[in-house]
Design a protein around this ligand. Structure first.
Ligand SMILES: *Cc1c(COP(=O)(O)O)cnc(C)c1O
Length: 387
């Protein structure tokens, strides 16, 4: 018999059962009234999740496609942008812009730390000619498990007449992002992370300033064109090309469930499981990569004990306990492993992951008192229950 998987990846993530079944509905034409109703409901509920009055465009691609679209639509070749890099995804965003012949200035921060707002402030102050046209940032840096707060950067960007483009692929739906209040011009997320749907859709909010910038942009685009998407969207929520209909069915159901749970509860649930996981891991004698104040609520990076190999831990967790985790990228490869806890994650998922990890680490020669991490995590949940 195939055992149930415990998918603890920072995407793709498990799909809630009813939503998953919704994906099996019959395919409809994408120019008919029923598709318009589907798109209208999805779009309006996305505005709730993004906390925005801006247009939210539905693109058919994974998150990276939306990041590329954010560059191709709002900038021109030779434009200067400031790219705030706190890890592998920050670097990817900068690389995309470079491929479009944007003049990218990378401001690098140590992996495991967040953006130092004072450095950004000083750099913008030095740019008296206002050459910097946009700031690129990663809201939740999935490679390290760090949250960068968009609000202070949004304020600086607005003062500087620069656009703020935000990679929120692993945050929207798990970590709060107040798109309008925090002045984020373009916010990009995708279906397969905290939005608990299959891969295939990218959701992008676009502010009036960002839409205005598309008028001046000289970069080539067709499939990625916000203007084409916007025209269709204004005529009854359609998309210029065929959307990923089956993924939309699932997303519609997920968004209904999100509305029912409410954003506040959703964020609290993510905070609670994060706290339990972090306390559990520490009690096992492992070290966390990231300080408490800036720790992601959707993915946690844990330092591998010396002499323990990531591949062996990953394989044992998968083969013996059906628990799926992931390693790290770039500078952290082989030194850190990551546990995703976003979207459809439950307290039991956290407890079973911790307990499997304890056993596997022992097998790999890192001594953990069985039950020590588990007890610490239980304590977090137990305390919550008694509040
Ligand atoms: C997952 C992820 C992406 C995009 O990945 P896709 O595979 O293209 O969906 C981009 N940025 C961050 C921060 C991510 O976590």
């Amino acid at each position: 018999m195939k055992e149930k998987r415990t998918l603890m990846l920072p995407g793709p993530t498990p799909i809630p059962e009813e939503a998953r079944l919704a994906g099996a509905q019959k395919i409809i034409g994408h120019r008919g009234v029923d598709c318009e109703e589907l798109m209208e409901e999805v779009t309006e509920n996305l505005k709730y999740v993004f906390q925005t009055e801006n247009d939210v465009l539905v693109l058919t691609c994974s998150g990276t496609g939306g990041l590329e679209a954010s560059i191709a639509n709002t900038l021109s070749a030779g434009d200067k942008v400031l790219s705030l890099c706190t890890g592998a995804f920050g670097e990817r965003y900068a690389t995309i812009a470079e491929r479009y012949d944007i003049d990218v200035e990378r401001m690098n921060f140590a992996w495991g730390e967040d953006i130092d707002v004072d450095r950004v402030k000083a750099r913008l102050a030095a740019d008296q000619e206002q050459e910097i046209k946009a700031i690129l940032m990663t809201h939740n840096e999935t490679s390290t498990g760090v949250i960068n707060h968009p609000a202070p950067i949004g304020e600086l960007a607005a003062q500087h007449n620069a656009l703020l483009l935000v990679d929120a692929v692993s945050s929207i739906g798990g970590i709060e992002l107040k798109t309008d209040k925090w002045q984020a011009d373009v916010v990009v997320t995708s279906s397969q992370k905290a939005l608990m749907s299959p891969p295939g859709l990218c959701l992008v909010s676009v502010s009036p300033q960002a839409l205005a910038a598309t008028q001046d942009s000289d970069l080539p685009k067709f499939y990625w064109s916000f203007q084409r998407a916007k025209e269709r969207y204004e005529r009854c929520y359609q998309t210029p090309s065929t959307p990923a209909l089956a993924t939309l069915y699932v997303l519609r159901e997920v968004l209904r469930e999100i509305r029912e749970e409410g954003l506040e509860n959703l964020f609290q649930r993510h905070q609670l499981v994060t706290r339990a996981l972090r306390r559990g891991v520490e009690a096992m004698g492992l070290e966390l990569l990231v300080a408490e104040e800036i720790a992601s609520k959707t993915v946690t990076a844990i330092k591998l004990p010396t002499d323990v190999e990531y591949e062996a831990v990953e394989q044992r967790l998968r083969e013996q306990y059906n628990v799926y985790i992931t390693g790290s990228k770039g500078k952290l490869k082989g030194k850190v492993f990551r546990i995703g806890h976003l979207g459809n994650v439950s307290r039991s998922d956290i407890l079973s992951t911790i307990s499997a990890l304890e056993m596997v680490l022992n097998q790999e020669g890192f001594e953990v008192k069985l039950g020590s991490g588990l007890a610490a995590a239980q304590k977090v949940f137990h305390k919550e229950e008694r509040r």
